[in-house]
Design a protein around this ligand. Sequence first.
Ligand SMILES: [Zn+2]
Length: 210
Amino acid sequence: MSVLELAGRALAEESARFAGLGWMRGTSGNLSVVLGRDPLRVAVTVSGRDKGELTSDDVVLVGEDGLAVADQPHPDKVPSAEAGLHARIAAVSGAGAVIHVHALAPVVAAEHWPDGVELRDLEMLKGFGRAAHDDLVTIPVIANGQDMRVLGDAFEAGFRADTPAVIVARHGIYVWGDDLRHARHRLECLEWLLRFRVETRLVGEERGVR
Ligand SMILES: [Zn+2]
């Protein structure tokens, strides 16, 4: 198996997990792993497939612009439209893998807190790489759009190395890590944290917490 096929197999396995969680409904969401740094080469899931049914072939290699590079077995495959943001996140953060899903909790949280979702004093923050106590974590929110350069600029403007996630309002969330498993663990914990924040919102308001 080629390096690209191995990446495709890993992306397919991860996608099936997220589809099972209901976070990649229809054909939504996409995953990527970095295969090269100079120049940047990112293996990303192809566009338009059911994310619960991907195979090791449903992967395409893109460059820093998110477009398929010529030097691969099937350069005619169409990468996800969001591949450009994956590449931008990988370039800026140094991450080895980026996950994008259309989970509901992050999008609802961004409706409530469009300037950023604050999290603190929750054990699950450890799974996101932060402290369980006295560590205010703000998950940035950027506006949705179809131009990945505009989204990339907005992401980069709010980027902090210790906060490996960004919510796209009325759309979904991106989370990244050293590899797919690392990114997945962060996403699973962050989804829990955001769901907690949404579901306890009224409790927080009663106590005067934003
Ligand atoms: Zn999306």
